[in-house]
Structure formats: structure tokens, C-alpha cells
Design a protein around this ligand. Structure first.
Ligand SMILES: NC(=O)c1ccc[n+]([C@@H]2O[C@H](COP(=O)([O-])OP(=O)(O)OC[C@H]3O[C@@H](n4cnc5c(N)ncnc54)[C@H](OP(=O)(O)O)[C@@H]3O)[C@@H](O)[C@H]2O)c1
Length: 285
């Protein structure tokens, strides 16, 4: 049986849908901190178990009879290393055969602030001795898609990514990769996958593509990280989240979101979803 943590999240849902294409529902377990949010998964025949990273007692019970776990990194930035450590300890006690962890692209060398907790988790996995495989996910294209309606309304895309190239892919692409690793008959323990989109684009190119598809005049305005952080706070984002986004953009300017290994494409057996397609579906929605 395979347990997916964070199953009520966006990536978790997509991983479960991908798994159900090749496995019977009885082999898939959805881990949710709020089981009430997983009713749709239960309706698909998937067993739902309580998995709260903050409550280790839930982890022990959830792991009974589980062979493989996908630990989807927590969304609670700042608490994640400790939360992930709790899952790793429970997986060790339960003697799971494989733990797959969603990390960040080039975690070892990444300049992104958010990479630190991923590095700590990868290190904790090594120390634990739990057989593990690392899925180092690149940026979600959806992160930028969210700013498209504003770009169309105001005529500009803002950021501090400079001319950094971004090899993003969609959650669907990363979800299919996770499912492929989990159902693979090849030995996965010890592998590290650097996962990113086939094409790389700059935010100038993103703005130009939104302009082309929408028929509006849209430009990319690059700004210093501090100013961009201020703009995001003024737009209503919580300060830590604004800081994280500005830091990630600044990291992108230094190549932190770029990868041309095409590992993701190989794992999912098809090209990754293009920026053009994501922009078109965002504009159509
Ligand atoms: N590569 C990227 O561009 C990118 C961007 C954003 C995030 N991420 C990372 O990728 C992860 C998955 O992305 P996503 O889009 O699926 O995020 P998401 O929709 O926010 O889902 C996060 C999941 O984590 C669960 N979670 C949070 N705290 C938890 C806790 N204490 N115990 C158990 N579960 C907990 C949430 O549960 P609830 O449903 O109860 O809230 C949710 O199911 C994120 O959590 C984050 O680490 C990556």
C-alpha cells in the first residue's frame, strides 16, 4: 500500500488521480490532517487516514501496513524541517520500504531561501537510513499563471527575476512523475531526480506571450528584490510570503529555477506542459 501525505492539497490530489490510473484504489491511502477535506478521495474508494505532521501519534497509526510513502513537503514554511523529521522517524519505526520526498530543484546548491528546510529534510533522510528517493521539484508554472489576470488588467508583469530563465512545469507534470516513481518496478532507493519543464523562459518572454495571446500591451517590469517585496505586501500578501516570493524571484535571476536535464519529461514519458498552454487555459478560465 502507498500512503500519500498532504493528500488534500493540490499536488496530493493529482498524485492520487495519477496512481489510480495504474493501481486499484485499495492500494492507495490518502493522508490528511483534516480528513473531512478528503471526502472526494474517499468517494473514489481510497482509504483516508489522519496524517498531521504536528501530531506524531497520527503518523504511527497511518503507517500501519504501508510499504511506500510519498511525503509531500508541508506548506507550513518555517516548521517544515521539524514536521518532516517526525514523518521520517515514524517511517523508520514502521520499516517502510521506500519514502519519496518532494524537495526543491538542485536542493544541495540552491540559493533560494526556501531550499534550506528541504536540505535539512534530505539530510535527515540520509541520517535515518530509511530507503528514500528525492523528487527535486522545480517551480510550478501555476505560480506565475496566478499573476496573469493582473497582468492583463494592468499591462505589466512585475518581478525581480531579471533575465533568469525559469524551467517550470505544472503540478500535473510533477504529480505524474511522483506516481511513476512510486509504481516503478526499478529500485528507486538512493535516486535523486532533478525535475523541471522542457522549456525555459524569462519573465520578459512570459509577458510577451501573455500579450500575444490576450492582444493587450503587456511588459515585464524588473525591480530590486526589496521593492518587489514591498509591492507584494502593498497588494495584501502576508509579509513572510511576500519575502519568500521576492527571494525566489531574486534566486531565479541567479539561475535557481533553471534546469535542462529533461529528467521530468523522461519520467512521465511525454513533453512537459508548455507555458503557452498554461497561459491559454488561464486566459480561457
Ligand atoms: N514547486 C513549487 O513551485 C511549489 C510552490 C508552492 C508549494 N510547494 C511545495 O509543494 C507542496 C505541495 O504543493 P501543493 O500545491 O499541493 O500545496 P497545497 O495545495 O498548499 O497543499 C499542501 C498540503 O500540505 C498539507 N499540510 C500542511 N500542513 C500540514 C500538517 N501540519 N500536517 C499534515 N499535512 C499538512 C495541507 O493540508 P490541508 O489541506 O489541511 O491544508 C495540504 O494537503 C507544498 O506544501 C510546498 O511544500 C512547491
Amino acid at each position: 500500500m502507498i500512503l500519500i501525505t498532504g493528500a488534500t492539497g493540490q499536488l496530493g490530489h493529482l498524485v492520487i488521480s495519477a496512481l489510480l490510473k495504474s493501481l486499484p484504489a485499495q492500494q492507495v491511502v490518502a493522508g490528511a490532517r483534516n480528513t473531512g477535506k478528503a471526502a472526494d478521495l474517499a468517494a473514489r474508494g481510497v482509504e483516508v487516514r489522519e496524517v498531521d505532521y504536528e501530531r506524531p501519534e497520527t503518523l504511527e497509526v497511518a503507517l500501519v501496513g504501508i510499504d511506500k510513502v510519498l511525503l509531500i513537503s508541508s506548506s507550513e514554511i518555517g516548521k517544515r524541517a521539524r514536521q518532516h523529521q517526525a514523518v521520517i522517524e515514524a517511517a523508520k519505526k514502521a520499516d517502510v520500504k521506500l519514502l519519496a520526498y518532494t524537495s526543491v530543484l538542485h536542493a544541495e546548491t540552491s540559493v533560494l531561501g526556501l531550499a534550506e528546510e528541504h536540505r535539512q529534510t534530505e539530510q535527515a533522510l540520509v541520517v535515518s537510513g530509511v530507503p528514500s528517493v528525492i523528487l527535486r521539484n522545480g517551480w510550478y508554472t501555476e505560480n506565475y499563471a496566478a499573476s496573469i489576470p493582473m497582468a492583463v488588467e494592468h499591462g505589466f508583469v512585475l518581478g525581480s527575476a531579471g533575465e533568469g530563465r525559469i524551467s517550470s512545469a505544472t503540478r500535473q507534470d510533477y504529480a505524474e512523475a511522483a506516481a511513476a516513481v512510486l509504481v516503478s518496478e526499478e529500485e528507486q532507493a538512493g535516486k535523486i531526480y532533478e525535475l523541471a519543464g522542457d522549456e525555459a523562459y524569462t519573465l520578459t518572454e512570459l509577458a510577451a506571450e501573455v500579450a500575444r495571446q490576450s492582444g493587450k500591451n503587456i511588459e515585464y517590469k524588473d525591480m530590486p528584490e526589496e521593492s518587489y517585496r514591498g509591492v507584494l505586501i502593498d497588494a495584501g500578501l502576508p509579509e513572510p510570503f511576500a519575502a519568500l516570493l521576492a527571494d525566489s524571484d531574486a534566486g531565479a535571476s541567479r539561475g535557481a529555477l533553471f534546469d535542462d536535464s529533461h529528467t521530468l519529461r523522461q519520467l512521465i514519458g511525454r513533453p512537459t506542459t508548455s507555458l503557452t498552454v498554461v497561459i491559454a487555459s488561464t486566459l480561457a478560465s
